[in-house]
Structures are given as C-alpha cells and as structure tokens.
Design a binder for this molecule. Sequence first.
Ligand SMILES: [Zn+2]
Length: 118
Amino acid sequence: MLSLRSKETEKKYQEVRTGRDPSFCALCEATPLEEFTHWKILQNDFPYDEVASTHDMLVSKRHVTEGEITQEEWLEYNKIKHGYVAEKYEIVMEGTQKLKSIPDHFHVHLLVLHPVDF
Ligand SMILES: [Zn+2]
C-alpha cells in the first residue's frame, strides 16, 4: 500500500501503536482545536505528511461507532462539513475498517494537500 505518512512519521506512529493500552482512546483524550455541540476538531499527531501539509480530524464527542451516531449528530456533522470544514480544508477522507486504527470512535480525516509545482 502507498503510505500516506512519511517514513519518520510512520515509524513514530507504529511505535506508539504497539505500546498502547487497548482501553486508551486517543480521540477521547486529545485537546480539541475547535469544539461544536456534538463534534470536535483534533490535530492528528501522526499526519499523512507525505501528501498533506495540514491533517486534522473531525471527531464525534461521544465515543461511538458510525452506526451509533444519532440523527441530530449527523445534522450537525453536515453543517460543519459544508461550513467550517469546506472553508478550512481541501479533502474529507474516511478510512474503511481496513485502514482504521481506531475503529470504535467515529472520525474522518481533514486534509490540506502540499502545493504541487509543475
Ligand atoms: Zn474515544
């Protein structure tokens, strides 16, 4: 698989991942950059720095899977996605179960790509 992280970041990520207590949820513990009623924006400590200059995440405040998100939460999600997120980021990216390192806590990735010089 093509790596979205640089070699150094991937190495740090794997080190933390293997040493992690399985009951610890980094998405619940991190300090948000921005908070909404049901959602928060977190900075990704292990960014996809091979492709992106900014890598944050849109995360539900509750520790729930995608299937447990309520209709009220989805309404706000859409508002944030088409407002705040659309203004600040270029890509909204969601990993499938194969890619997700934290499958128990719903989150999507928010990226601003590196500029390309042709
Ligand atoms: Zn969590």
